[in-house]
Design a protein around this ligand. Structure first.
Ligand SMILES: N[C@@H](CCC(=O)N[C@@H](CS)C(=O)NCC(=O)O)C(=O)O
Length: 156
């Protein structure tokens, strides 16, 4: 595993024997290799917005979720819950005031993709976390409606 994925994590993509890892980096790589399906906006300011949201996932949303999921007893996650709700309130405010359900520029794209693995896991955390965040819930519903999302599941 470490031979192809130096951090011992998935996802990892191997191209001509060379590994590309970290999902945000893989996303950027795929964007460059498959330009016919653009997931980054063409406007430089909006591209910066996408990168800010990608950074937000890595630095503000993922850490408290990781702490909560790994906690062996509730006390271990005590500080992570307020941190998580602070991040979700920030995201909720943004989505509530943005045009349409998507994160940047009114169009589905890379920022939405980078949020999905985390937002999708919120319902699996203790309590009904999502109920306090209707715009985030609406975003997730809209994502679930996309054919490309549905195609990632099999009937088995
Ligand atoms: N920052 C990494 C996180 C990857 C990650 O945490 N992957 C999980 C699965 S979703 C994993 O491989 N966990 C195995 C482990 O930590 O041992 C990315 O975005 O690719």
């Amino acid at each position: 595993m470490l031979a192809v994925s130096p951090y011992g994590k998935v996802p990892v993509v191997v191209v001509d024997g060379n590994s590309i890892y970290e999902s945000a980096v893989i996303g950027e790589y795929l964007e460059e290799v498959y330009p016919e399906v653009p997931l980054m906006p063409s406007d430089p300011y909006q591209r910066a917005q996408v990168r800010l949201w990608t950074d937000y996932v890595a630095t503000r949303l993922s850490p408290p979720m990781g702490k909560i999921r790994k906690a062996e007893k509730p006390e271990d996650a005590k500080d992570a819950w307020p941190e998580l709700h602070k991040a979700l309130e920030y995201i909720e405010r943004h989505l509530k005031s943005s045009e349409g359900p998507w994160f940047v520029g009114g169009s589905f794209g890379m920022a939405d993709i980078n949020f999905l693995p985390f937002i999708e896991r919120l319902p699996s955390l203790e309590g009904d976390v999502m109920s306090g965040y209707p715009s985030i819930a609406g975003w997730l519903d809209a994502f679930h409606e996309r054919p490309s999302y549905r195609e990632t599941f099999t009937d088995t």
